[in-house]
Design a protein around this ligand. Sequence first.
Ligand SMILES: *Cc1c(COP(=O)(O)O)cnc(C)c1O
Length: 461
Amino acid sequence: MPDDLGARLRAIPPVDAVIAAAREAGSGLSDEALPRLIRAELDEVRAALVAGERLDRIAILDRLAQTAMALERPRLTPVLNATGVIIHTNLGRAPVSVETAEAMRDAAASAVPLEIDPASNARGGRMREIALLLRVLTGAEAALVVNNCAAAVLLTLAATAAGRRVVVSRGEAVEIGGGFRIPDVLWQSGATLVEVGTTNRTYVRDYAAATDVDTAAYLKVHPSNFRAYGFTHAVTTAELAVLGRERGVAVLEDLGSGALLETARFGLAPEPTIAQAIAVGADLVMASGDKLLGGPQAGIIAGSARWVEAVSRHPLARAVRADKTTLAGIAATLRHYARGEAESHIPVWRMIAANPEAIHERAQAIVGALASGGIAADLESVNATVGGGSLPGETLPSWAIALEPMAGEPVDALARRLRLGSPGVFGRIEHDRLLLDPRTILPEDDEALIVALQRALTRET
Ligand SMILES: *Cc1c(COP(=O)(O)O)cnc(C)c1O
């Protein structure tokens, strides 16, 4: 075997030959960047050869030239999310409204009066606009925006409870995904976790019994994409707020999704809103900007002025501070709610609010357009989901365009072809058919979907 490996390794071309091949292919990388990329890639090629992969010199040269070319093309270009999952984590969660994207682009490209009042030229006011919008929308006295909800939870715990105890229900000491585990975050904040109740049932008396002079906070956590059914009991925020006031303990609620609109209006289970949590007396609530809020990635901390002030002054606040682009985007998104136009402007809510008849009509038009190009597709009744860790088990009725692979082609290969198209199209596979759900595509993108499908499906025939 060693001889065989030696022979295989001799296929590795010299760096100069690869540089020449990459230049031939049209690489515009600089004379510093290109050799570095090639050396790094050759290390990977060597590892692949050692691992037993068979590559000849031509294949290696080709692969490296392709990698060099690929690096010059942006990878995060728009794709069409036809998966039927509205807030799709792997596809970047919430797409933002046109107005939000414009506000973010403008703020990114210019100087903006981020911390200065143009009238008085006095310093300050980084959060003023957003705090006022959130006050109008949720009743919160004050608010702060940080990088994401994970940062919001960590900062809030550090600022309110470091060195002291935080009581959490056993049923809510959950992992949300992406390594975000409530017990670990609590530990990182410097607070001590006190778990009460059982996995399925927790009562107010459990929190009361665990409260001592060292107890700083009760933390309520939205269990996100996990749900306990059957013999369960959880304590409401309202009950905790009463107990918290009585015992001088802060009541914190990690809402996760943080809806500003009532999901029940759209035939979904009720998702707690930021306004409800504030109204029943939570001292601070934390929510994501890019889940049901439908804005850019951010973490919102809203609640009483005293606590928001304390959180803002904590040294970690600077470490997780949101930039001007995020602040401009969150403000633009919140303005849609303030104007009462969330359902017509914010993509997440447009997708949730779309009625099945309208989706059926769009899907049928897409199938018709494909048929006129000789591409066969059916309609299939399906269920879409909200995703993003909100509303587990809840579905929205929808209609998918169902594509059958050509004879002999595995459905995975068809799905791959569409993902690599221009624009890429992401669907889902169910019983050997590729389903494309228009609920998670905005109607103005239907034409782009048709074009992408026509390109990807007629290329080989
Ligand atoms: C999603 C989620 C988080 C993390 O939010 P990010 O914005 O992704 O950092 C925290 N808590 C809950 C309950 C969540 O659902």
